[in-house]
Design a protein around this ligand. Sequence first.
Ligand SMILES: *[C@@H]1O[C@H](CO)[C@@H](O)[C@H](O)[C@H]1NC(C)=O
Ligand SMILES: *[C@@H]1O[C@H](CO)[C@@H](O)[C@H](O)[C@H]1NC(C)=O
Length: 351
Amino acid sequence: MNIFLLFLISKILFSNIFIDYFCSLQYFYTGVTQGINFPEFTIVGMMDGEQFLYYDSNIRQAIPKVDWIKNNEGPEYWTRQTKKFQAHEADFKVDIVKLMQGFNQSGGIHTFQRMYGCELDDETGATDGHMQYRYDGADFISLDLRSTSYVAPVKEVLITKQEWDGAEAEYWKNYLTETCIYWLKKYVHYGKISLERKVPPQVSLLQTDSSSPVVCHATGFYPDKVNISWQKDGQKLHEDVDVGETLPNHDGTFQKRAELKVTPDVWKKNQFTCVVEHKSGDPIHMILTEEKIRTNSAGTGASRQNHQSSCFKVPLLEVFIESVYNKVWWRTFHSLVLRTKHFIKLLFKPE
Ligand SMILES: *[C@@H]1O[C@H](CO)[C@@H](O)[C@H](O)[C@H]1NC(C)=O
Ligand SMILES: *[C@@H]1O[C@H](CO)[C@@H](O)[C@H](O)[C@H]1NC(C)=O
């Protein structure tokens, strides 16, 4: 990854505070001057800290990053977003030139960022919004929702403040308090629908070699609750059966296995059946026969990549794992950024 990109991301991340128990919808716009290996303009849309949407000046298209938006919004949505983002890209290119003039800069690499979004407390219904700009990583201007006016920390920005107070401030206040909340609620709903979906398991019988246990493997199901057992001549077996834990797949579905310790001469004399019960449909009965056994044991690995955000009301344990995961990631990232920051400062000193 480009070291400059790291710098930009760190600037974005450290300037925002996400409150855990809120649902939040955030957009990050970054404009950079030409001359580095990074798109001149990028937009990242985040729902509860998870990226769901992306746009940049190279692809010139808004694209989905998660299933819940892919499954719930059609071509009109993406066309509309793309048009809007292309217009914002054009504005940003003009803004950055004006800013360089305002700061009396004739060249060099400069960044202009807009961060805005809204939050919703699912329990109380309380909402909030924020909007801020940064130029070369420093606070540039921000919108005060209560007074519907811009706050400018440095004198170079006063002209911009005068220009933006009024219609521009009204527009963004309305956007943050109405439109943004409307979409936030809609996206929360999408997330919940995709969590309520039911996907049936695919069941297969696996064995490494004729002396190893027969594995009844169920995978690709959603939600995670499943009963998997072995029957001998129609009776549930308790001995010689080893039921594994339910594991997540990379696509958000789950898998589980039940091992049966049995010798070929025993299972050829009796009827062994693997029964998988899942609320997506009737129980699946898989009778153990030689033809049904697959000896290829590959492809059963699981990994945790799927992020479920807290406002989609996932089970507590999931949230806990996810937040620990994020904190570990955050700490690693933070120390990396601190170490590279000084170096970057030297590299990208204005002028
Ligand atoms: C702008 O930069 C030029 C050249 O560096 C300098 O001569 C001039 O005084 C600067 N103007 C302001 C207003 O800072
Ligand atoms: C699993 O078995 C238990 C006890 O028999 C039952 O209450 C539960 O509904 C079953 N779960 C599924 C997903 O079929």
